[in-house]
Ligand binder design. Structure first.
Ligand code: 4FV
Length: 228
């Protein structure tokens, strides 16, 4: 998969996407990730990317010209252009699976109060939000989504954890996990997990996942029932 990121702060991406699983996906060639500075697509000597909103109001907006120039330079036929903003669809594991099937993603990381509407309306295929709160820019949301998508790419997750039986994969939260020692400060591991009885273990884990989901996220059970 190819991922391009348009941002005013490329330095923010150094670190989170240079470690662990995402770094391994990049070095193995499964993921080709490039970060671009929007200012490189300006033409004036002040590299102007923002301006005041027509009609007045607080803050600044990203101008259309650099965005159009950048997207025209970076996007191709199969490119899915994604704008990060609080007004977007709420990102989820389902959307992560959707994006993981794409060949090329181009993320526009908003800054200031947002982007000029003509750029949004003409360039953007998808507007995504990572949650109902306001961040200083769209960089962290882009990193969150790139991380969630990268681990779903074929061959990226070794047996660290199969993405098959994890949270949200079947609309449930995960069951409790235990590792050695079997007795820690008097706290024991549920007998069934030590039984080697795989059916009983699978049954216990499903019960626990359902109980935990009902307690913490009953909304997920409604979705699950609706999805049938
Ligand atoms: C955001 C979010 C978010 C709003 C204005 C950046 C900020 C500024 N993006 N999910 N929540 N963006 O708060 O995606 O441009």
């Amino acid at each position: 998969m190819k991922i391009d990121v348009l941002t005013l702060f490329p330095g923010m991406f150094a670190g989170p996407l240079d470690e662990s699983i995402v770094q391994r996906a990049r070095s193995s060639g499964v993921l080709d990730l490039r970060v671009h500075n929007l200012r490189d697509y300006t033409e004036d000597r002040h590299k102007t990317v923002d301006d005041r909103p027509f009609g007045g109001g607080p803050g600044m907006l990203l101008k259309p010209e650099p965005l159009f120039k950048a997207v025209q330079a970076l996007a191709g036929q199969g490119t899915r252009v994604i704008l990060l903003s609080p007004a977007g669809r709420l990102f989820s594991q389902g959307i992560a699976r959707e994006l993981a099937r794409e060949e090329h993603l181009l993320f526009i990381c908003g800054s200031y109060e947002g982007v000029d509407e003509r750029a949004r309306a003409s360039l953007v295929h998808d507007e995504l939000s990572i949650g109902d709160y306001v961040l200083t820019n769209g960089n962290l949301p882009a990193m969150v989504i790139i991380d969630a998508v990268t681990r779903l790419l074929p061959g990226v997750l070794g047996d660290e954890s199969s993405s098959a039986d994890e949270s949200f994969s079947d609309g449930l939260l995960e069951y409790p996990h235990y590792t050695r020692p079997a007795d820690f400060q008097g706290m024991k591991v549920p007998e069934v997990l030590l039984s080697g009885h795989h059916e009983a273990i699978a049954k216990w884990r499903l019960e626990q996942a359902k109980r935990r989901t009902a307690e913490r996220r009953p909304d997920l059970l409604e979705n699950k029932n609706q999805a049938g």
